[in-house]
Ligand binder design. Structure first.
Ligand SMILES: Nc1ncnc2c1ncn2[C@@H]1O[C@H](COP(=O)(O)OP(=O)(O)OP(=O)(O)O)[C@@H](O)[C@H]1O
Length: 258
């Protein structure tokens, strides 16, 4: 379990976390929601040890994140950050293989290569294997980075807006893969999402941030309400449930009554 206890973080006068505590469980997908600029990406970078907190503790099992444990700590992560641009002439399959840089030597092992090709194939992207990464579209690049994160087989899978550049089809391909792989390999998975309906469909758990506070946490079936949506985003909404109780949110124009 990844445990965050009493996290406090401030940039100048901007409070990003005030006594924030939560637990992420293995085998579960957690989605972080919240308005722009509220600190979602910063929270992921903090979990990765990229940002020093003012106070608080972050632990995984018996280990705690400290300057001394940082290298080992990071080796547990598959981290897909926002907005990566490539300016080097590598092929797609080579970038995916870099996910296992720990296992690479001068000759690429056949098993690793076929693993990388299988991941691409399973997402319907085998045709991209030999493409120069500098020629990829934004969405293709995002799928490739996801494949690289899967290639790592991490204990903690962390993704920052992983579907922001994807069309409807690939949004579902990526999130379905993420969910299946999380359950199959017991990954502790956390992602930032803006789409509430995708979060409700694919996440077991939500963390809702606003103004440095964790304002709601739990199963989307229980916590995703019209009141929460209005409180967080200042947008009127209606929330319906499908036959299995999964909520879906219909937001209203500002001149429509809820
Ligand atoms: N290193 C930094 N120094 C000072 N301020 C920072 C730093 N990094 C981020 N910020 C500020 O912290 C706030 C939170 O940024 P962050 O990127 O975490 O927000 P976010 O919730 O992920 O936003 P978005 O939904 O727009 O991607 C923003 O106001 C940002 O400008």
């Amino acid at each position: 379990m990844l445990k965050v206890n009493n996290l406090n973080l401030q940039f100048g006068s901007l409070v990003l976390a005030r006594d924030v505590s939560f637990t992420l469980k293995p085998g579960q997908v957690t989605a972080i929601l919240g308005p722009n600029g509220t600190g979602k990406s910063t929270l992921l970078k903090t979990l990765f040890g990229d940002i020093k907190v003012d106070s608080g503790d972050i632990g995984f099992g018996d280990e705690h994140l400290t300057p001394k444990t940082l290298a080992k700590w990071r080796s547990r992560f598959g981290y897909m950050p926002q907005d990566i641009h490539f300016d080097i002439g590598l092929s797609v399959v080579e970038v995916i293989l870099l996910g296992r840089i720990d296992a690479l030597s001068l000759r690429v092992d056949e098993t690793l290569l076929s693993e990388a090709l299988d991941i691409l194939d399973s997402m319907g992207l085998a045709h991209l294997a030999n493409r120069d990464v500098r020629t990829l579209s934004g969405g293709q690049c995002q799928m490739m980075l996801f494949a690289q994160a899967l290639m790592r087989k991490p204990q903690i899978m962390m993704l920052d807006e992983p579907v922001s550049a994807l069309d409807l089809h690939y949004q579902h391909v990526l999130l379905e893969h993420l969910r299946q792989q999380t359950q199959q390999h017991n990954y502790t998975t956390v992602m930032v999402l803006h789409d509430l309906n995708l979060a409700a469909q694919y996440a077991d758990n939500l963390l809702v941030l606003k103004g440095g506070e964790l304002v709601a946490t739990g199963d989307p079936k229980q916590i995703l309400t019209a009141e929460l949506v209005e409180d967080i985003y200042n947008v009127k909404a209606q929330v319906f449930c499908d036959e299995s109780g999964v909520p879906f949110v219909r937001t209203l124009r500002s001149n429509q009554a809820a």
